[in-house]
Design a protein around this ligand. Structure first.
Ligand SMILES: Cc1cc2nc3c(=O)[nH]c(=O)nc-3n(C[C@H](O)[C@H](O)[C@H](O)COP(=O)(O)OP(=O)(O)OC[C@H]3O[C@@H](n4cnc5c(N)ncnc54)[C@H](O)[C@@H]3O)c2cc1C
Length: 507
């Protein structure tokens, strides 16, 4: 890093990335790629990654304990979005990519206190096959009839322009398929991904393909049937009727867990730039220009470059460009002085907190066959867990032979009070739920609690408009870019894509 006073015109371009989660790492890595591909006569870039915590990776991490391999946060990513899979290939990780175990693809949902398979082909918001919907015990006869009426439900005709703008996911599903499908299937499946209240989630910001299907086919069922009859490649459309839940056939993990990706990124970024751990940025400022300083001016010149970063150790450092790759509540704090409007828009994006209780059990201690990738729990069942992922069914190498690794999600936007429970209470609560729902007995071989305070952005109705305003406000500051999973997608491929796009913008 360069002290503000030592800046000269001949210095290389200095670029700071604030935040060493996946989006910040992806941004730094892309900048290094761009720099090494540039011609020798191009100006040199000096890349500095500033991370507040003691390690890189942010909310992603991997631990090994008693023969278990535990991804403590994300454990897999979508492969039909290029962000993660493309980066893995560029990092030479192709031989470490692992597909999910096809024997167990599918998911259970709790219905009347017991796990029942989600009907085959039901994918997040709607069915892609009719027979499994007719035979499922999850819906009442009226619920099934209402679902089958979907092709005859008219498309939405907004009363005014604002109504056209966005719709909640819950409103969309109730309108197209009825209340039962929403409460018994969609809410728990979507809740398992976004830890959100579907009454508030924006459909356009989260699952726009379903809006497109309504627009293009007038019905989601008709869209699914039409795709089934065409030769669309799997993954181009939600028409894989062999699995249920969150399209697990399209997910991949890494043999050594997400640490494989982090380690590869870390070594490339450390080789091509500077990484500063335990370094919190407290503010992004515009330095006073010389004439201003001479005149004792208090206001700063918004068009002046570079940026001045204030760090928690009291030092200030200047950079030509800055990528802010933190959660938006952190970004809002950093940008408060530079741009009040931008900061206040960023502050409006809400986050949900959650915890994962990771447990390892002998298979002999579990009555349920665990013959899927996991269990999701509808809010209406009034239980105290959101979902349990059967991690070693998804990826068999995650548990020692004869044992199973479970990851149980607690809290989220709909049960925020559970986030405040101490670890031992959370562990007891999960043990009791797993015992009732899956017949888990005895002491687990391992048990640990991982917390994610304000980690999952909530894409509420109106989110895309807010993001457009944020992007327009950010564009007023050439050299400044934002990255992270709060803007245009919450998953790992989205976070990586946002980091790489930010790098292209400032690089
Ligand atoms: C429980 C959970 C499970 C998930 N599971 C999946 C999954 O299976 N598949 C999937 O695709 N996605 C999953 N996700 C989403 C995925 O993990 C995220 O999209 C991604 O990790 C976000 O990365 P990020 O870099 O944007 O943010 P973060 O990981 O939050 O990184 C931000 C970094 O910025 C740092 N920072 C903050 N303020 C400052 C500052 N002032 N100065 C310096 N540094 C600062 C923080 O310390 C942190 O390291 C999951 C998310 C959660 C919460």
């Amino acid at each position: 890093m360069t002290d503000a006073r030592s800046t000269t015109e001949t210095s290389p371009r200095r670029i700071a990335i604030i935040g060493g989660g996946l989006s910040g790492l992806a941004a730094a890595h892309r900048l290094i790629e761009l720099t090494s591909a540039a011609s020798p006569t191009s100006p040199r870039c000096e890349i500095t990654l500033l991370e507040a915590g003691p390690r890189l990776g942010g909310i992603v991490g991997t631990r090994r304990e008693n023969g278990y391999l535990i991804d403590t946060g994300a454990d897999s990513f979508l492969t039909n979005k290029p962000g993660a899979i493309g980066l893995c290939r560029r990092l030479g990780l192709e031989d470490k990519l692992v597909a999910t175990d096809s024997r167990y693809r599918g998911v259970h949902v709790v219905f009347d206190g017991r796990p029942v398979p989600v009907p085959a082909g039901f994918q997040l918001l709607g069915p892609t096959a009719i027979w499994p919907m007719i035979t499922t015990p999850i819906l009442s006869p009226w619920g099934k009839l209402r679902l089958l009426m979907e092709p005859f439900v008219p498309s939405r005709t907004p009363r005014d322009a604002t109504e056209l703008a966005d719709e909640s996911l819950a409103s969309f599903v109730r309108r197209r398929f009825g209340r039962e499908v929403l409460e018994r299937l969609v809410q728990p499946l979507v809740g398992g991904i976004y830890t959100s209240d579907p009454e508030q989630l924006s459909l356009a910001a989260t699952l726009p393909r379903f809006l497109e299907q309504e627009r293009d086919f007038g019905s989601l069922i008709r869209a699914a049937l039409s795709a089934k009859n065409s030769d669309r490649p799997p993954g181009a459309n939600p028409t894989d009727t062999t699995s249920s839940g969150a399209r697990y056939g399209l997910f991949a993990g890494l043999a050594g867990g997400m640490e494989d990706l982090l380690a590869a990124l870390r070594s490339r970024v450390e080789a091509g730039g500077t990484v500063k751990l335990n370094t919190r940025v407290t503010e992004i400022q515009r330095p006073l220009t010389n004439p201003q300083r001479e005149q004792g001016a208090l206001s700063r010149d918004a068009s002046a470059s570079p940026f001045l970063l204030a760090l928690s150790d009291g030092t200030h450092h200047s950079f030509d460009s800055v990528i802010v790759a933190t959660t938006t509540h952190h970004a809002a704090l950093l940008l408060g002085e530079l741009d009040h409007d931008l900061s206040s828009e960023l502050r409006q994006i809400e986050y949900a907190s959650s915890a994962i209780v990771v447990t390892g059990h002998r298979l002999a201690d579990v009555a349920h066959p665990l013959d899927s990738f996991g269990l999701v729990v509808p809010h209406r069942e009034r239980r105290r867990i959101l979902a349990t992922s059967f991690s070693s069914r998804k990826f068999p190498e995650r548990a020692p032979a004869g044992s199973v690794l479970l990851r149980t999600f607690v809290g989220g936007a709909m049960q925020p009070e559970l986030n405040d429970l101490p670890d031992d209470e959370l562990q007891r609560l999960v043990q009791s739920e797993l015992s009732e729902l899956l017949g888990v007995r005895g002491e687990p071989e391992i048990s640990l609690v991982v917390r994610y305070p304000r980690a999952m952005p909530q894409y509420h109705v109106g989110h895309l408009d807010r993001v457009a305003r944020i992007e327009a406000l950010t564009a007023r500051h050439p050299g400044l870019a934002l990255a992270g999973n709060a803007y245009r997608g919450v998953g790992i491929p989205d976070a990586i894509h946002s980091g790489e796009s930010a790098a292209m913008l400032v690089g």
